[in-house]
Structure formats: structure tokens, C-alpha cells
Design a protein around this ligand. Structure first.
Ligand SMILES: [Zn+2]
Length: 257
């Protein structure tokens, strides 16, 4: 009697181990099915500079910075969304005014992996031309500034530049300086070697739109609206499409690495 009871316990013990192993492998299989080894999509925040009453800088033919940045951003979004591992959102997709702080907090709250702010440059000298990329740094190149604020080079109120071009001190971007400089240089290499585009420089500056962002970020000044040739180019959809495709190529290649 005792021996039979013992055997029953042993069988029950073995069965329970088999049941446990069975459940364990079912759970393991379903977990691996739910989470296939696919990398998560990277999120890019595209920030079309200015908007609404804040027109940005204005060309001699009446072309405004806010129009160009929005047009380019929409084209760039379209191209980037075709890439399988990228997601995109715009800080504004209409002609509305939005503060620099709102742009930054939108990118932060959505957990963007990269922040691209698009602007158009202006200068008193109409011969100045080319694309510039800025990354956040406390380092300032030839900029008039005080300890708390400074102005972007080559910009004046006559071009309609307003609050987004005032710099404020902030620590948030400090830990992303190296990455931001890296993406700026990565894009420089692609844009410098692209037909139909004129690349000028990569520069550090404490830009307000980059302060406070908790991800790598850059400001791309896509050309000088005060240069007649560049104003004409910036008004053409074909030019913006070419620029957008090169930017998309650089961004997606960089984020894939
Ligand atoms: Zn601007």
C-alpha cells in the first residue's frame, strides 16, 4: 500500500515538472513571437522654423523663411516616412506661430531620437551663400553675446527675425553635444558632395531652439534668402526636393549606424 502511494507521488511529481516545462516553453515561444528581433523605429522631430506672425527672414521678391521651412519640412517628412525604420513628426504642419520652448518640449515629450530645426539664413552682404549647420555649444564663433543671451550671426530685425533667434543658456543639450556635432558633420559630408547644393560650414552656437532638447539636435540654415541666386533656388520645389532627399539620405544612414 505504502509503495503504491509512493509511486503515485512520484508520477504526480514528474507530471507536474512536465506541465511546468510545457507552460514555460509556451510562454517563451509567445514572448519571442510578440517581440521579434526587429529594431524599434527611430523618431525624428522636424521643426520648420518660424510661422504665423513670425515670418522669419524675407527675400527681395517677398519669399518668407516660414514658407520655405514648412515646404521643405513637408517634403522631408514624406521622404523619411518611406524608410522602414523611421517615424517623423513636425513641430508645426501649418502656418502657425509656435514658441521655441513649445518646439523643444514637443520633441522631448514625444521622445524624439533626433531634432532637426530648419531655417533660412540672411546677411547684410548679398554675396553670402551656402548651407550652414549649427549644433549646440557654449562655444560662440564671432557672436556678440552677454552671459545669458546672444544673437545669431548675420541676422537683424530688418529680416523679421524674432524670439527663436535669441539664445538662452541651458544645460539640457550639453550631454548631446558630441552626438549633435557628429550628425552635423555626417550631413556635411553628404551635402558637400551633392550636386546643386552649396555647403558653407558646420558651426557651434548656443541656439535657443537647441537648448533644453533631451536628444541630439541641429539647426540647418538651408541657404541665404538675401542672396538673389539662393532666393531664386529656395523658391523652386525641385531645389527643395533635391535638398530634402540628401538630408533624408544622411539622417537615415546616420540613424541606421
Ligand atoms: Zn530662422
Amino acid at each position: 500500500m505504502m509503495r503504491r502511494e509512493k509511486r503515485c507521488w512520484r508520477i504526480a511529481y514528474i507530471l507536474s515538472i512536465l506541465l511546468f516545462l510545457n507552460l514555460f516553453f509556451i510562454a517563451l515561444f509567445s514572448i519571442s513571437k510578440e517581440n521579434p528581433a526587429k529594431p524599434a523605429k527611430k523618431l525624428i522631430a522636424i521643426d520648420p522654423g518660424h510661422g504665423g506672425k513670425d515670418i522669419g527672414c524675407k527675400g527681395s521678391k517677398g519669399l518668407t523663411e516660414k514658407e520655405i521651412t514648412l515646404k521643405l519640412s513637408l517634403i522631408l517628412r514624406g521622404i523619411l516616412l518611406k524608410k522602414p525604420n523611421l517615424n517623423v513628426f513636425l513641430t508645426r504642419s501649418e502656418d502657425v506661430e509656435i514658441s521655441s520652448q513649445e518646439r523643444v518640449s514637443l520633441a522631448n515629450s514625444k521622445g524624439a531620437d533626433l531634432f532637426l530645426s530648419l531655417h533660412v539664413n540672411a546677411s547684410f552682404d548679398k554675396n553670402q551663400k551656402g548651407i550652414e549647420i549649427y549644433y549646440y555649444s557654449e562655444e560662440i564663433l564671432e557672436l556678440p553675446h552677454s552671459s545669458t543671451q546672444a544673437q545669431v550671426p548675420n541676422r537683424g530685425t530688418q529680416y523679421g527675425e524674432t524670439s527663436s533667434l535669441i539664445f538662452l543658456w541651458n544645460e539640457a543639450q550639453n550631454s548631446f553635444i558630441a552626438k549633435s556635432r557628429e550628425i552635423a558633420t555626417f550631413l556635411e559630408n553628404i551635402l558637400r558632395n551633392s550636386e546643386g547644393l552649396d555647403f558653407r560650414a558646420v558651426k557651434p552656437a548656443p541656439l535657443v531652439v537647441l537648448t533644453g532638447t533631451t536628444m541630439p539636435g541641429i539647426v540647418i540654415e538651408i541657404g541665404f534668402i538675401t542672396n538673389p541666386e539662393e532666393e531664386s533656388a529656395l523658391s523652386k520645389e525641385e531645389y527643395l526636393k533635391n535638398l530634402a532627399s540628401k538630408l533624408a539620405e544622411g539622417v537615415s544612414e546616420y540613424l541606421e549606424e
